[in-house]
Ligand binder design. Structure first.
Ligand SMILES: Nc1ncnc2c1ncn2[C@@H]1O[C@H](COP(=O)(O)OP(=O)(O)OP(=O)(O)O)[C@@H](O)[C@H]1O
Ligand SMILES: [Mg+2]
Length: 269
């Protein structure tokens, strides 16, 4: 029997610091906790945040002599799209999900991964600076004036895929813009962003999902490679962390990913 190809989730936003790597790691580990087989590929050979996060996780497992749900991982240091395709294919073997983390800048390999995504996740902070990546907004009315080059690129990729003659290339792409690192104090700005996003989502065809709030805990977990889901290993957790974990669950369900029928929840320690 032929197994299903891995579902490709690509975290991409050409703007830096929107929380791509942090969200990618949390989604990878959340899927592993649900019993899915996950691989993760870091396409940023300079920063290597996702790769190093997962390396830190492996190191914590060794140091504490514990075993945690996780993902196989690698970082792409090659120089051609063909090399990237080769590494992606080998990493995806036997996996349900292949997660790509991409750099926060215009990059050939990030574009290649983004146009081949099954689920494209674009984390966006609540700022029109970030919004500019998808569309430009009128200075007075905040109405969307024009689409960005990036939105056009994804639009074209989807159109090409819809017309593909080979069935495997005709897969649809679900583009999800994730409101990330949100603060609770900026209601007015959030409302404007909401309105502009809603207008743009109809024009470009993406969905909007709620991501992670701005919380110190996300900055603290990197050295240990732990995530909010590794309950028994984080020490005492306050209520804000419980809410954060709910947020993460909400994000996973908002991404609407195809869970493999055989997957069974791994009980957190
Ligand atoms: N929800 C959050 N709350 C608080 N801090 C966060 C959150 N998400 C990310 N951060 C912090 O913000 C910084 C940037 O996050 P991250 O590296 O995930 O973004 P990125 O989009 O991958 O950046 P780059 O474009 O440089 O790759 C890091 O210091 C990270 O710890
Ligand atoms: Mg990053």
């Amino acid at each position: 029997m032929l197994s299903q190809p891995a579902h490709r989730i690509v975290f991409a936003n050409e703007k830096g610091g929107t929380g791509k790597s942090t969200t990618a790691v949390h989604v990878a580990i959340a899927l592993a906790y649900r019993g899915a087989k996950v691989a993760a590929l870091d396409l940023d050979p300079r920063q290597r945040t996702l790769f190093r996060y997962l390396e830190n996780r492996s190191e914590t497992e060794r140091r504490r002599d514990i075993s945690l749900p996780g993902a196989s991982y690698d970082v792409f240091t090659g120089e051609s799209v063909a090399e990237l395709d080769e590494l992606s294919a080998s990493l995806a073997q036997g996996c349900d999900f292949l997660i790509f983390d991409t750099p926060g800048r215009d990059d050939e390999f990030a574009r290649h991964a983004a146009t081949g995504a099954d689920t494209l996740v674009t984390p966006l902070n609540d700022s029109f600076v970030d919004f500019d990546l998808i569309g430009q907004v009128d200075a007075e009315s905040f109405k969307v004036r024009r689409l960005s080059f990036y939105a056009e690129l994804i639009w074209e990729a989807r159109k090409k895929r819809a017309m593909a003659t080979i069935e495997d290339q005709r897969r649809e792409m679900d583009w999800v813009v994730v409101r990330n690192r949100t603060h609770h104090l900026e209601a007015r700005n959030q409302k404007r962003i909401d309105e502009a996003l809603s207008e743009l989502s109809k024009r470009v065809g993406f969905r909007v999902a709620k991501g992670l709030s701005e919380r110190v805990i996300y900055r603290e977990l990197f050295p240990s490679g732990l995530t909010l889901l590794d309950k028994g290993h984080l020490g005492e957790l306050g209520t804000s962390h419980l809410i954060a974990r709910q947020e993460l669950r909400g994000l996973i369900s908002g991404l609407n990913l195809p869970m493999p029928a055989t997957a069974q929840d791994v009980e957190p320690a």
